[in-house]
Design a protein around this ligand. Structure first.
Ligand SMILES: [Zn+2]
Length: 99
């Protein structure tokens, strides 16, 4: 039996990877978690893309006026449909205008 709480470097699945990517917005990951994530995103194109999007979202959220910012990124991404639409719009604007 493996300890469910410990992150195995090579057996990280996509669900765990995306959870860690979300958590990385709010807390410092352990070096083990960062390694697991790094390895997973080398192997998995989907999570690599997700990682880039989270990165982009993090930067875009910082550009939003203070008053419209959510307390936590997780809330912003998972709870608020309105915010999600807003972020989607920002993302499409960002990709339209190049970098
Ligand atoms: Zn994955």
């Amino acid at each position: 039996m493996t300890d469910e709480k410990s992150v195995s470097l090579f057996s990280l699945n996509c669900r765990e990877a995306s959870r860690l990517l979300s958590e990385a917005m709010e807390r410092d990951l352990t070096s083990r978690e960062r390694w697991a994530l790094w390895i997973h995103t080398r192997l998995c194109g989907f999570c690599r893309r997700f990682s880039h999007q989270m990165d982009l979202i993090r930067r875009l959220v910082h550009k939003l006026p203070e008053s419209t910012r959510q307390k936590s990124f997780t809330e912003a991404i998972t709870l608020s449909a309105e915010r999600r639409t807003q972020i989607k719009k920002l993302l499409s604007e960002a990709s339209e205008s190049g970098h």
